[in-house]
Write a protein that binds this ligand. Structure first.
Ligand SMILES: [Zn+2]
Length: 445
């Protein structure tokens, strides 16, 4: 079997059970799996030098809307709160089709890969003009990232009192049927899987209670995970109280949306009782700090969640509300934001890095990923800390978040090198950027 040895790292951050950091260590990869981690490992295979580098598990992104990379910095949405931002963007998104979905996914995935991400989920909840979930799955296959696409949906349009235009909503029966179709076609439950599909109605304010309940029943029947947006800002809480007569935590619990097979994006406004509910039920959270800042939603109580035992992961969220998709920068933002709220000792660089790696893998149910230990999948990020950004840093691991760099030198997914010397090996990036620019101009025109 093919072997690669990543040789002589400044530090290997294992994220193993003891959170060991190994100076001058090597990582041996055999096939798609980590075979050994330690000093002086012999191998006849390919040698990749990690001199001057910090080696970490690949970062894990647990919330994204890849299609939104075509609507970055849209003027009418730049300074709006969530609901106003959505109503500005819906008509633009309605003009997209399969080509837009595929190219925007390639763009978003390229950004993620270059910022250290090896495993990402995606939340696609609109399928205009013939677009399908497999348009994004094809893009992830092309670039070579491990991918957890979720089949999103909206079913309550404007005429029924919902937020999205009627042209972007689907019939609930058709939604459930397509969930079954994509799970049967693409979901791989085996260890080492490159694609796992989830079920993800967009949010409590764009689908019915019935669809939320049926989606949970379907996901459990199929053994796949559940994902949605929850408690994102004050408008979201007000909507829940007015429409459902309860807070989002209660709504989620009543409809089967708690458990270790569920993760909710944002959760900025969870109260103490809801944090306790999430901890008890092992429900996961995708924390999206940049998006929360950009939309003025608030600061998610991540410190309180982690202290209570809630499983927290990181998400860049879509590029219409970030508007970048840089995952290591997102980890830095998570660290900084907790400090704004709770003081300088509220979150260390190492804790933020743990949330971005192991935390994400755990929330996505990937116990085969998220740490560098024998038997785990070979998803590995190699960061050059010998350059300008981290020059002279006393602690290269902390420097990754406190200073930089914000792009990887090398990236391996399932033992395959996706980034080499800062360049994608699988994609002609200038061509993707050219196609992305052309499509964005057409949407604007
Ligand atoms: Zn989102």
């Amino acid at each position: 079997m093919r072997e690669i040895v990543i040789r002589g790292a400044e530090v290997v951050v294992t994220m193993d059970g003891a959170r060991r950091e190994l100076k001058g260590a090597d990582v041996l990869v055999r096939g798609g799996v980590i075979a050994a981690v330690g000093e002086g490992i012999g191998s006849a295979g390919e040698v990749v030098s990690a001199r001057g580098c910090v080696v970490t598990p690949g970062l894990v992104n647990t919330h994204h809307h890849l299609y939104q990379s075509l609507t970055r910095a849209v003027p009418g949405g730049q300074d709006a709160l969530l609901f106003g931002w959505l109503t500005t963007l819906y008509p633009i998104w309605a003009k997209m089709g399969p080509e837009e979905i595929r190219v925007s996914a390639l763009t978003g995935l390229a950004e993620l890969a270059l910022s250290g991400c090896t495993l990402t989920s995606d939340h696609l909840y609109l399928f205009p003009n013939g677009a399908r979930l497999e348009d994004t799955i094809a893009a992830a296959g092309e670039i070579g990232l491990r991918f957890h696409p979720t089949r999103g949906a909206m079913s309550i349009g404007e005429s029924a009192g919902g937020l999205p235009p009627d042209s972007l909503v689907e019939r609930e029966e058709a939604i459930l049927n397509d969930c079954i179709r994509v799970i049967d076609a693409f979901h791989d439950p085996r260890p080492g899987a490159m694609v796992r599909v989830g079920v993800a109605p967009c949010s409590p304010f764009s689908v019915s209670r019935g669809l939320m309940r049926d989606a949970a029943l379907l996901a459990r029947d199929k053994g796949v995970m559940l994902h949605t947006h929850l408690a994102e800002n004050d408008e979201d809480i007000a909507y829940s109280l007015a429409q459902f007569g309860c807070r989002p935590g209660q709504y989620a619990e009543d409809l089967g949306w708690t458990g270790d097979d569920v993760w909710h994006a944002h959760c900025v406004k969870l109260d103490t009782a809801e944090i306790d509910l999430f901890a008890r039920s092992r429900t996961g959270v995708a924390h999206c700090p940049c998006s929360n800042c950009r939309l003025g939603s608030g600061i998610a109580p991540v410190r309180a969640m982690r202290d209570a035992g809630v499983r927290v992961a990181l998400g860049v969220d879509g590029s219409a509300s970030n508007d970048a998709g840089n995952l290591i920068a997102e980890a830095r933002q998570a660290m900084l934001l907790q400090r704004v709220q709770n003081g300088a000792d509220a979150m260390s660089a190492r804790e933020a890095l743990e949330i971005a790696t192991l935390g994400g893998a755990q929330v996505l149910g990937r116990h085969d990923c998220g740490s560098l230990a024998p038997g785990k999948r070979a998803d590995i990020a190699v960061w050059d800390v010998s350059g300008l950004e981290a020059a002279g840093a006393w602690d290269p691991v902390a420097a990754l978040l406190l200073a930089g760099p914000s792009r990887v030198k090398h990236l391996f997914v399932e033992g395959r090198q996706v980034v080499r010397d800062g360049r994608l090996t699988t994609l002609d990036l200038p061509r993707v950027i050219e196609a992305q620019t052309r499509l964005a101009r057409a949407l604007a025109g």
